[in-house]
Each structure stands twice: as C-alpha cells, then as structure tokens.
Design a protein around this ligand. Structure first.
Ligand SMILES: Cc1cc2nc3c(=O)[nH]c(=O)nc-3n(C[C@H](O)[C@H](O)[C@H](O)COP(=O)(O)OP(=O)(O)OC[C@H]3O[C@@H](n4cnc5c(N)ncnc54)[C@H](O)[C@@H]3O)c2cc1C
Ligand code: SF4
Ligand code: SF4
Length: 420
C-alpha cells in the first residue's frame, strides 16, 4: 500500500487543543449555491463537481447505497426502510468514556484505532476553531493522539471535503472520513474519481444544523452565561443536556426550550428538506437516537464491522431496546411543521402545562429503536412538506421513493408530477 508521498508545505492553521498529527489549512471561499451546507466541494480546485456530487442538486441515494453496500434495502427487513442497509443495529458504549467526547467517544476511538493499526494514512474529521469551541474547523489527522482535538459536536457547517485537494497533494491513499450525511453523500458520489486505494466512512446521524452564529444566539436564549457552556446535546429522553465550565449540568425538557422565539430560518431549508437522517452511505453510523441512553450503532457492511471489532473489549455492545408507539408523535409533529411551513408561528404551550407534559413525555414517548423510527418518519414528513411549500419543482428529484413510503401512513402521497 502506498504511503503519503509529500509533506505539507502550506502553513497549517491552529485548532482548539491541537497538537502533533492534526492539521488544518486555509480554505478558499465557498461558491454560493441556492441549497448548500458548505460540505467543502465548492471550495476545492474543481467546484463544478457540486453538480454531480450534491444531495440537493443530484441526489443519488438508491444508486450509491447499492454501490457502497453491494445491495439495496431489503424489503423483508422492515427496519431497512427506515435505516438503510445494515448488518446489525446495536446499543453501545465505551467502557471507559473519553473525556470531552460528545457521548462516550466511540467515533474518536475508531479514528485512533485505525491510525494505531496503520490501516489508514489519515482521518478527515472536524476539530474546533481555537477562539470558539463551537466553530467547526476541518482537519487531517495523521497520528492517533491528534483525534483528541476532534472530540465533541461543533454546531455549524464543516467544509471537510475542501481538504480532498490536500489529501491528493499529500499523496494520502488510505483515508478514513468522519462526516454527517450531506458530506458523506458528496464524498461517495465522487469516490470513484478520487485517487484512493481505501476509504472508510464513519458517519454520524444529523437531523438539524445551523450556522455557528445562529447557534450562539440559541445559547444566549438558554442561559445568561452562554460563553460558559461547554457541552450541549438533544438527548433521546426528550431533554437537552447543557454543561457549564464550572461543572454545573442542566437538563431542560424539549417543551421548555425557547424554540418559538427563534427566527423562522434558524434551521435552514437545506436541513428541513434533507432526507438522510441516518447517514445511509456510511460504513458505520455512530449516533445516539436509538440507543436508549447509550450510543447507537448501525453497522452497515464489512468495513463497518471491522471498525467496530477494532475496539474489542473496550466496547460494550448490546441488542437494542424498543418501546412505545410512534404514530401519535409523528402526527403531532406533522401538524406543527404544516403550521410553520404555512408561515404561522409555533404554538406555545401554556407554562402551567409544560412541567407536566415534560415529565410525561419520557415515560410515554417512543424509546430505543422506536424512537429512531419516529425521528426518521418525522424527517420524511418534514422534507416533503417543506419542499412542497418552498421548492415544489425539486420534489420529483429530491424525494426518493423510500421517503414517500415512510410518509404514506400519514396521508402524504406523491402527486403524479412529484413521482421520480
Ligand atoms: C450537527 C450535528 C447534528 C447531530 N444530530 C444527531 C441526531 O439528531 N441524532 C444522533 O443520534 N446523533 C446526532 N449527531 C451525532 C452525535 O452528536 C455524536 O456526534 C455521535 O453520537 C458520536 O458521538 P461520539 O461520542 O462517538 O463522538 P466523539 O468521539 O465526541 O466525536 C465527535 C465527532 O463528530 C465530528 N463532528 C463534530 N462536529 C461536527 C460538525 N459540525 N460537522 C461534522 N462532523 C462533526 C468530529 O469529526 C468528531 O470525530 C449529530 C452530530 C452533528 C455534528
Ligand atoms: S456539494 Fe457541498 S458545497 Fe456543493 S452545493 Fe452541495 S453542499 Fe454545497
Ligand atoms: S440536516 Fe442534512 S443537510 Fe442539514 S447539516 Fe445535517 S446532514 Fe446536512
């Protein structure tokens, strides 16, 4: 296997907590496109590739799923309609959680193990800007110790694929990528044109994203000391967990979040119309939403299985749980999306009712795999409603047939002109 042939000659940029073996580079400005999450392709030496790579311009989910996993979704395995092709779903956690990780750090540890075993030359992932813990900064990590600087979620768009030029320039031929679904779609669409001998993809789910500036605005509504927030996560038990620098931890029920005070475009149309929550083109998806309090793995193919096996006894793996029923939750969500798509404000729940409903939701709401199915169906319904409202002509191209299948129990069927 060829080793990297060139060393970087451009001056690398600093990253938060960065050390040896982690490199960030100056990036070109992005080219403006109508629906774009700045995955980085428009900043490369060939920005025209957006036309063939982008999930918003030329989505190719069914074709790429078959290419990556060697098969399509199996109709005899009903969960593949929701989660895409997979070998195994599992609940998982590192027995010794990594400090600073978003959950227990499975993603970071896989990157480290790949580098420790010499299975890849570099990992393309996301660290943080040295002045702002929340601002993503794409990096190439070439030593296991460098993965530490990528721990934890950054909120905002991370143009990781802009570094594909650097991968080529440095002669890196065995690459691992950690990315969210829209990044992974573009990567897979271009995979055959990249000069790589080996590509391994660890994907995380992603339901919503926004700009880092918008996210700071949200933090300022959550707390009167937003600059001291070091961690935030939307947990599967319907709470947002917020941690502060001094060790304080707050758990805020979703229903008490100031969502109705945020501007309508806080979550951009890209994310409201994105059809891939679970990163179906990754080899291994590492999330939390089906994990019932733990992390959640979708092991999709042999490359994914191999990466999980690299963790050996460090990883506790269990069968997933599943409780509750999703239909009512999806129906209520659909009504709220319909209302906001029509330009009406989200209804505020009366403040006396919030604590009661907030306490009941974790008990009555769907959990485990059923929670993950719920969120995937919500996303399907949302993307159809939002595109019908804002970009009706794009529906035919952007909504794949499996998304119509997920939405049909809620009365959403394609009109003749909407069928692909
Ligand atoms: C914007 C966003 C939304 C998400 N939404 C969901 C969700 O709805 N449901 C769910 O189950 N999981 C979601 N995740 C994934 C989840 O937050 C965890 O990252 C995941 O569970 C892995 O946890 P970990 O402890 O293994 O990660 P860690 O070991 O802490 O590693 C985190 C990894 O995330 C990557 N990363 C961090 N920020 C970004 C970013 N802005 N863009 C791209 N990559 C980034 C880094 O490269 C790093 O390798 C989301 C992640 C992001 C970035
Ligand atoms: S491929 Fe990436 S950079 Fe290009 S339009 Fe799509 S999201 Fe934006
Ligand atoms: S919701 Fe979809 S489009 Fe938005 S950032 Fe996440 S993967 Fe990309």
């Amino acid at each position: 296997m060829a080793a990297p042939t060139q060393s970087p000659t451009r001056s690398p940029l600093p990253v938060l907590g960065g050390g040896q073996g982690v490199m960030a580079y100056p990036l070109a400005e992005p080219v403006h496109r109508d629906l774009c999450t700045d995955c980085g392709i428009s900043r490369t030496s060939d920005p025209h590739r957006c036309g063939t790579a982008c999930q918003f311009i030329r989505p190719r989910y069914a074709e790429l799923e078959a290419q990556v996993h060697g098969r399509s979704r199996d109709p005899n395995r009903p969960d593949e309609l929701h989660f895409g092709p997979f070998l195994r779903l599992a609940r998982a956690r590192l027995r010794s959680p990594l400090p600073g990780a978003q959950w227990t750090g499975i993603t970071t540890r896989i990157g480290e193990r790949l580098l420790e075993e010499g299975l890849v030359d570099a990992v393309l992932a996301t660290a943080a800007h040295p002045d702002d813990r929340w601002r993503p900064r794409p990096v190439l990590v070439t030593e296991a110790g460098g993965m530490k600087s990528c721990r934890g979620m950054k909120m905002g768009y991370s143009p990781i694929l802009a570094l594909l030029d650097e991968v080529e320039r440095q002669g890196i031929r065995r690459l691992a990528v950690v990315g969210i679904p829209c990044q992974v779609h573009a990567l897979r669409a271009l995979q055959e044109t990249l000069e790589l001998d080996e590509l391994r993809v660890v994907g995380t789910p992603c339901s919503d994203n926004t700009t880092t500036d918008n996210f700071h605005h949200f933090l300022a509504k959550l707390s009167d000391r937003p600059d001291e927030i070091t961690y935030l996560e939307f947990r599967a038990d319907y709470h947002v967990e917020v941690r502060f620098r001094d060790g304080e931890v707050r758990e805020i029920p979703f229903l008490q979040l100031p969502l109705s005070e945020l501007p309508q475009d806080f979550f951009p149309l890209t994310c409201r119309s994105c059809v891939d929550y679970v990163n179906v083109l990754s080899d291994l998806t590492v999330g939390y939403m089906g994990g019932d309090g733990d992390q959640w793995l979708i092991i999709r193919n042999e490359r994914g299985r191999e990466m999980v096996e690299l963790l050996g006894e460090e990883l506790a793996l269990e069968e997933p749980t599943s409780r509750g029923r999703r239909k009512g939750a999806v129906q209520s969500f659909m009504k709220a999306v319909q209302r906001s798509a029509d330009g009406l404000p989200l209804r505020k729940m009366p403040s006396w009712a919030r604590p009661i409903v907030g306490r009941l939701m974790p008990l009555l709401g769907p959990a485990g795999t059923e929670f993950a199915r719920t969120r995937v169906e919500m996303k399907a319904v949302e993307s159809i409603i939002q595109l019908r409202r804002h970009h009706p002509r794009r529906i035919k191209r952007m909504i794949p047939s499996h998304v119509w299948d997920l939405a049909s129990p809620y009365g959403l069927q394609p009109e003749p002109e909407e069928r692909s």
